[in-house]
Design a binder for this molecule. Structure first.
Ligand code: FVH
Length: 293
């Protein structure tokens, strides 16, 4: 009777940094045969001890299996690693963080080299890989048929979420979510700065902040609904006029606490601009239109 290892898709993985190593480990643990390659060979030793086959060149690793996953530092390192490899007939899955344009160009060059291509955007940090309850997932875009063919294998390290046949969409979704995350980090930084000089334990603010941000996060659904309908007054609870009227309180408090308003001010400026256009009854959704060039 065939063993699990034989039944499961064999994977080639280029790149054994923090993320690549975590990916390799979960495939090995799930019974997949894994061939690895890393520019600095010493990084392969630990994976070899865990059962990975180590290739001595990227070209040899690509030749070993038809499913080739790449997780390298950046787009330029992918160019470098794949330079001498024969990709004809390969299913190339690139999990390296890229821009949508880089992903589309990679899909095009893969096609020209006779390979099928999926792009990926990893929404997880290495300790979340192989830990389903951690909530990490990976966006994929490219041909749906190719995604479906490898869905089970790609779902091993983290949930696999398909976002469309445009190869650039995984990168676009990745950057969109991470951009929202940085906005949240900016808000958290400002909140901690406000209390920094007071006799307030930051550890007491942290759960309050977390709870509030989680409570506010579903507002994204209302924003989406308003964008789809084009009616930015739909379901408004706190209109723009009221919110703009409140902004001096935030700026004065920052001033009084000796905190720079530089993280908040750009957003408030956009809110005021939108209000000046006559959008008093709207939600904050109109700010999105002001960002579009
Ligand atoms: N780690 C994280 O938290 C994030 C989470 C979200 C997704 N990112 C992206 O994943 C890609 C890989 O990230 P990583 O964490 O594995 O990064 P490093 O640990 O720094 O390893 C980098 C690997 O890339 C190899 N490499 C660098 N330059 C080249 C090159 N010119 N040619 C071939 N390989 C290259 C490097 O090799 P070496 O330095 O060991 O020889 C590592 O294998 C990345 O896109 C994140 O944005 C991770």
């Amino acid at each position: 009777m065939a063993s699990n290892t034989v039944e499961k898709t064999s994977v080639t993985l280029l790149g054994l940094g923090a993320m690549g190593s975590a990916l390799a480990r979960t495939w090995l643990a799930a019974g997949h045969a894994v061939t690895v390659w890393n520019r600095t060979p010493a990084r392969s030793a630990a994976l070899a001890a865990e059962g990975a086959e180590v290739a001595d060149s990227a070209a040899a690793a690509v030749a070993a299996n038809s499913l080739v996953v790449v997780c390298l530092l950046d787009d330029a390192s992918v160019d470098e690693a794949l330079a001498g490899a024969d990709l004809a007939g390969r299913d190339l899955v690139n999990l390296t963080t890229s821009t949508p344009a880089q992903a589309r160009a990679r899909a095009q060059s893969a096609r020209e080299l006779g390979a099928r291509y999926l792009d990926g955007g990893i929404m997880a940090v290495p300790p979340m890989i192989g830990v389903p309850e951690a909530g990490g997932f990976i966006f994929y875009s490219g041909a749906r048929e190719l995604f479906e063919r490898h869905r089970e294998t790609l779902g091993v390290p983290a949930g696999a979420t398909y976002v469309g046949d445009d190869a650039g969409f995984a990168a676009l979704h990745d950057v969109a979510l991470l951009s929202a995350m940085y906005g949240m980090f900016a808000g958290i930084a400002h909140a901690f700065a406000l209390i920094r000089k007071e006799d307030i334990d930051p550890a007491s603010l942290a759960p309050l902040l977390t709870g509030w941000l989680v409570a506010m996060a579903p507002s994204a659904h209302q924003t989406a609904d308003q964008l789809r309908s084009g009616d930015y007054t739909k379901g408004v609870v706190s209109n723009l006029a009221m919110q703009v009227a409140g902004t001096p309180t935030f700026l004065s408090t920052a001033e009084q606490q000796g905190v720079s308003p530089e993280l908040l001010s750009p957003y408030f400026k956009l809110m005021r601009r939108r209000l000046a256009e006559g959008s008093a009854e709207e939600d904050l959704t109109g700010v999105i239109d002001l960002l579009l060039r």
